[in-house]
Design a protein around this ligand. Structure first.
Ligand code: BGC
Length: 415
């Protein structure tokens, strides 16, 4: 009896020790992936986390571009109750790190050779003070036009326009035929998305000066006036119900033949994919006019939280996000391409292959540029100041001259 009692005590002790050593990974993950394609992609991560013994608490905050999610995050951090992981991008990663609220995941990155499998420019976005503090998921290209070939055929057009003048000529034809040329959702981040592609259309150099270097000469230039002139044209190409429309509903308009074009990052392709649509058959993808590649990298930053289970959760999440199989399956659903350079693209479609090829060309010729509209190019206060002017212009009869003046002033005041 005595021996049996001793043995069971020992067994209980061992179980307890095992419990202390290996807490069950837990993660409360805050993100804004709620559209059809986005949710399908997010599910890949959730499922993989659960399959590896993790408990996932989903904190999806609806709202394209993440404005609502970012507001919710601020409130959580201020209340001293941050989520374990947040879908955070670009310079905002370093901004949050400067607040002293992020955790580092450098041990996971080192153990899995992230420095070797990530392009240096992307690795730099993920580091805080030289250590990894975020895990990258994908590379989205922003400067895309999505088109419905059947709608274009109605006005005798078979290709996506390659200059803004050509775009305007086709749009005028469509309008005359009673077809909405541009599916757009009047939300400030969508206005900013269209705006940055127009800026790129006036040259990658001009984009860099205006929206990366925030050079006042470029911001106040005649070229910038022309950008606003084109935005005014765009305003004439949207339907009367555009205000407040979600981006995925605009994608659906192109899909259903209610509009010809949408200018949107390739998360729009996630919507086409989720609906079973095929590129070059049901829809066309082509870069917006001009050369260059506006990149937008989704990533997850980890907050400094207490509890071994949560810390284990962060480690597991970081490891899974950078796993080669996950990178393939997730990005097939999301419309983006893997961020790892060693993932085969054999299962990816023509638009993804074009994205990958153009990315390499742009990297080689210096036209690979961060998207301002998606938080990759500058700090929040500055991008917010620019977007305010763009949206005000799009929703009023402000002149291009005034817009340019306001742009210079807004950027100056945000420094
Ligand atoms: C994100 C994408 C997302 C899109 C629309 C972008 O800022 O990077 O992942 O699909 O917003 O919500």
């Amino acid at each position: 009896m005595k021996n049996i009692a001793r043995l069971s005590l020992l067994a209980a002790g061992l179980i307890m020790m095992a419990g202390i050593a290996r807490a069950e990974p837990k993660a409360e993950v805050m993100h804004w992936w709620t559209s059809g394609g986005e949710a399908a992609a997010a599910k890949v991560l959730k499922d993989e986390f659960s399959a590896n013994g993790g408990t996932w608490t989903d904190m999806a905050v609806a709202g394209g571009g993440g404005d609502a999610a970012k507001t919710a995050l601020k409130a959580r951090v201020l209340a001293g109750n941050p989520p374990t992981a947040f879908q955070m991008k670009g310079p905002s990663i370093q901004e949050w790190s400067e607040e002293g609220v992020l955790a580092d995941i450098d041990d996971v990155a080192k153990a899995n050779n992230w420095d070797k499998v990530l392009p240096a420019m992307i690795a730099a976005h993920m580091k805080c003070g030289g250590k990894y503090c975020a895990a990258p998921v994908n590379i989205h290209r922003v400067n895309w036009i999505w088109a419905n070939p059947k709608v274009l055929a109605k006005v005798g057009v078979s290709k996506v326009p390659t200059s803004w003048d050509e775009f305007n000529a086709v749009a005028d034809k469509l309008k005359a035929a009673g077809i909405t040329p541009l599916a757009h959702g009047g939300q400030s981040w969508q206005d900013a998305t269209v705006f940055e592609t127009v800026v790129l259309g006036f040259g990658a150099d001009f984009y860099k000066k205006a929206l990366v270097d925030l050079d006042e000469k470029a911001l106040g230039s005649d070229t910038m006036k022309k950008v606003f002139d084109q935005m005014r044209k765009m305003r004439g190409y949207v339907d009367k119900n555009f205000s407040g429309r979600d981006w995925n509903l605009a994608t659906a308009m192109v899909m259903n033949g209610e509009a010809a074009f949408q200018i949107m990052g390739d998360w729009a392709k996630g919507e086409f994919t989720a609906a079973g649509k095929k590129p070059n058959v049901d829809y066309l993808c082509a870069p917006t006019p001009g050369s260059g590649y506006l990149y937008n990298v989704d990533s997850f930053a980890m907050f400094a939280v207490k509890g071994k289970d949560k810390i284990e959760g962060q480690k597991l999440l970081a490891k899974l996000i950078m796993g080669p199989k996950f990178q393939e399956v997730f990005n097939l659903n999301k419309g983006s391409i893997p961020v790892r350079t060693d993932v085969p693209l054999t299962k990816f479609d023509a638009c993804a292959l074009k994205s990958n090829a153009d990315l390499k060309t742009a990297d080689a010729n210096g036209t690979l540029l961060p998207s301002y509209a998606h938080g990759m190019a500058m700090r929040g206060a500055q991008s917010g100041a620019i977007t305010d002017v763009v949206t005000k212009f799009f929703n009023s009869d402000m002149s291009s001259q005034d817009a340019v003046k306001q742009l210079v002033k807004a950027v100056r005041n945000s420094r």
